[in-house]
Design a protein around this ligand. Structure first.
Ligand SMILES: [Zn+2]
Length: 163
């Protein structure tokens, strides 16, 4: 999936989470930002992605060592991030936002023909029974759908700000 679709999905999940946790505006903003950024993080192995370009040459080195859609798209990676966040006692809403943002990326990539190495270091590509081309109509529709749902989620709040 394209970066846009990943980001739109991350922001949608972040919006849902912030409503679930029902926190103040600062926490809401932090949850959405964390989830949005995390939804792009697995593509740090892809040095031509938006995030990859920003952290070049780190992305290039990760790509060289692990390859694309391997380690950073695996359960092992999620588990290590979880351990890291746990060790610094990250508050639950932030921890959940980061993990769900990354998980959403992996699930969306499982909807593409190439799949992901979910069980890395086991070298087997995992994909869902239905797959779609990256940058195709379904990819674009998904990103539009996530954006529309997010606007619907916030509509009441945005509306009440101007009334
Ligand atoms: Zn990816």
């Amino acid at each position: 999936m394209t970066g846009k679709t990943h980001l739109a999905c991350g922001i949608f999940i972040g919006s849902s989470l912030s409503i679930y946790y029902g926190e103040d505006i600062f926490t809401t903003f932090t949850i959405i930002s964390l989830c949005g950024v995390s939804s792009l993080v697995p593509d740090i192995c892809h040095f031509k992605s938006n995030l990859g370009k920003k952290i070049f040459p780190i992305s290039f080195i990760i790509r060289l060592i692990f390859g694309h859609r391997t380690f950073t798209h695996s359960i092992l990676f999620l588990f290590l991030i979880y351990l890291g966040l746990n060790s610094i006692s990250a508050p639950e809403p932030y921890l959940v936002s980061i993990l769900l943002g990354m998980l959403s990326h992996i699930v969306l990539d499982m909807l593409t023909p190439r799949g992901v190495k979910l069980f890395y270091p086991i070298n087997k590509s995992v994909k869902l029974p239905i797959v779609f081309k990256t940058g195709g109509v379904v990819d674009l529709s998904l990103s539009t759908a996530f954006t529309v749902i997010t606007i619907v989620i916030w509509w009441k709040d945005i509306y009440s700000m101007f009334i």
